[in-house]
Design a protein around this ligand. Structure first.
Ligand code: NDP
Length: 302
């Protein structure tokens, strides 16, 4: 069994990005600029945004954090998004989710110019991914794909089973694994209504668990020699930790790891790759890759 080290891989990619940024700036180019909008003071969101700002510094990006209180009007947020869409100094921006209940998240996502949508959540990016056009890929699936690629885990012709069908993880992951000249896998997507889940999982060469159901993937669901990717991050109370919690993946690691050829740990697997891919998307935005390649769709994986 080989452990897939997301932390080390993410560090290596961030160093590569920083090197590219140094070259851009040395040549008189524009420093990539990511803006994050944070509404309210949710602890989890504060941590995620702080980590994104930190990653920007590591990559040599400029970053700006714009804060609004919980009771901000939707129209105020939409006006700010309109301003950022037009601001030539801003390459990409994100609105940290979740938003307070009185704000329509989908309306906010759709207000973002898809060429600055470095989270890859805009329906235009989702649609472009579906048909294989240049687009911003959502960070978590992109990070998983990058891990598979860097660990030289063959995906072509393999049976990939994905548990979870959310718009940010399961569905886009399935598209990447399916895409011609990308994953080239045979893909099965499972969810909470799937019958015979264990039997299906046992057929997987690559099993990707993204349910948020702690330790629910057990040894009897694994084909010996499979690659197992654990996306789940559930906070479980743990009085022995300073934070008061520990992160638990969807996979029962102790049971499953001995059966696998490769497996991601939690923490230190998929998690660190997610922010790193946001940085990569921002670099691509700064380099205008999406816009430049729009006129030449055959340049990507169509
Ligand atoms: P969602 O809650 O949006 O989706 C969960 C999916 O799992 C749904 O499709 C649901 O099915 C399915 N599901 C739930 N229970 C079962 C079950 N018992 N059997 C089969 N399928 C089930 O979650 P997300 O996709 O946003 O996130 C999934 C996990 O990944 C969470 O733990 C989250 O914290 C983590 N995550 C980690 C990231 C990282 O960077 N490491 C990034 C993003 C998420 P149905 O559609 O039928 O409801």
């Amino acid at each position: 069994m080989k452990l897939i080290d997301g932390k080390a891989t993410a560090a290596a990619i961030k160093a590569e990005i920083a090197e590219t940024v140094r070259t851009i700036i040395d040549q008189g180019g524009h420093q990539p600029h990511l803006v994050a909008i944070l509404v309210g003071h949710d602890g989890g969101s504060e941590t995620y945004v702080a980590n994104k700002v930190k990653a920007c510094a590591e990559c040599g990006f400029k970053s700006t954090l714009i804060r609004f209180e919980d009771d901000v009007e939707e129209t105020t947020l939409l006006q700010e998004i309109d301003r950022l869409n037009k601001d030539k100094d801003v390459d990409g921006f994100i609105v940290q989710l979740p938003l307070p209940r009185h704000i329509n998240e989908q309306r906010i996502i759709e207000a973002i110019d898809y060429r600055k949508d470095v989270d890859g959540f805009h329906p235009v990016n989702a649609g472009r991914m579906m048909v294989g056009l240049p687009c911003f890929l959502p960070a978590t699936p992109k990070g998983i794909f990058e891990l598979l690629r860097r660990y030289q885990i063959s995906t072509s012709g393999k049976h990939c089973v994905i548990i979870g069908r959310s718009n940010i993880v399961g569905k886009p992951m399935s598209m990447l694994m399916l895409q011609k000249a990308f994953g080239d896998s045979t893909v099965t997507i499972c969810h909470s209504h799937t019958e015979h889940l264990k039997d299906i999982c046992r057929q997987a060469d690559i099993l990707i668990a993204a349910t948020g159901q702690p330790a629910s993937v057990t040894a009897d669901m694994i084909k010996p020699g499979a690659t197992v990717i654990d996306v789940g991050t559930t906070r479980l109370p743990d009085a022995s930790r300073k934070s008061g919690f520990r992160l638990q993946g969807d996979v029962n690691f102790e049971q499953v790891a001995p059966l696998c050829s490769y497996i991601t740990p939690v923490p230190g697997g998929v998690g660190p790759m997610t922010i790193c891919m946001l940085m990569l998307n921002t670099l691509e935005a700064a380099q205008n890759r999406i816009a430049d390649q729009s006129s030449n769709p055959s340049s990507q994986n169509n």
